[in-house]
Design a binder for this molecule. Structure first.
Ligand code: GSH
Length: 233
């Protein structure tokens, strides 16, 4: 009869030990699990870094060389062989900039207009133009070898430069002074990334005063500066 209370007390102590260990392990997991963004300083990962910084979220940048992105090993991460890739704290990975942006604005709603607002539709329209029109045109400029044989590279590149004109015009028409209106939001960080890929940005902004003002303002934005600085350390 006297043995039972002792056994119960020991069992309680043992359980408290186990609970403490489990709690510690869970805490460590919570501390260690952070977003990772795979990319290169000037690549499509730039906007995701900006959004994570804007949201005040700690993340790890994983540099993936263009060569490594073409390996069988990286194909397990992104079968398209491209960056960026977002690795979420829970472990799942997201490829494609639009899908990454969608995840981030759902996780951090302050980064975008509210669901149901007209401005949210406008944001997706602007993002769609950038991701599905301007991005591929800029890709043809910087990775022309995918699209044409050697003797046609210059022609394809110059046609791609011409093609970007109407997309820059559209974006110029959307700025007031930011895509999101008075203050930068998710789409603006995407746009500043794209402007950095223009082979001759001075020529692009020469006839587009709003875009010129936007570039000056966004390049001086503390979040953009912080991401740029993080890559020069
Ligand atoms: N549709 C993709 C395009 C990604 C993309 O083209 N990424 C570039 C870097 S900005 C890349 O990996 N280029 C290397 C290549 O195409 O081989 C997206 O939106 O994420």
């Amino acid at each position: 009869m006297r043995v039972l209370p002792v056994v119960l007390a020991l069992a309680r102590q043992a359980w408290q030990c186990v609970a403490q260990i489990l709690g510690y392990v869970a805490l460590q997991g919570a501390v260690m699990a952070k977003y990772q963004i795979m990319g290169r300083p000037l690549a499509g990962s730039f906007f995701a870094e900006c959004l994570l910084q804007e949201a005040g979220v700690d993340y790890e940048f994983i540099w993936v060389s263009n060569t490594h992105s073409k390996t069988d090993e990286f194909a397990k991460t992104n079968p398209m062989g491209k960056v960026p890739v977002l690795v979420c704290p829970g472990g799942h990975q997201i490829i494609e900039t639009l899908a990454i942006l969608n995840h981030l604005i759902e996780a951090f709603p302050q980064l975008a207009p509210k669901v149901g607002d007209v401005s949210r539709d406008v944001m997706w329209q602007q993002l769609s133009v950038m991701a599905t029109n301007l991005y591929p045109a800029l890709h043809r400029i910087h990775h022309t070898y995918y699209y044409a044989p050697e003797e046609m590279l210059d022609d394809v590149r110059s046609m791609a430069v011409d093609a970007t004109g109407r997309f820059w015009d559209y974006l110029e028409s959307q700025l007031a002074p930011y895509l999101g209106g008075d203050a930068p939001s998710a789409a603006d960080f995407y746009l500043i990334m794209m402007t950095r890929w223009a082979p001759d940005l001075d020529a692009v902004v020469a006839e587009r005063p709003r875009l010129r003002g936007f570039v000056a303002a966004m390049e001086a934005h503390p979040t953009v500066s912080a991401v740029k600085d993080s890559h020069t350390k």
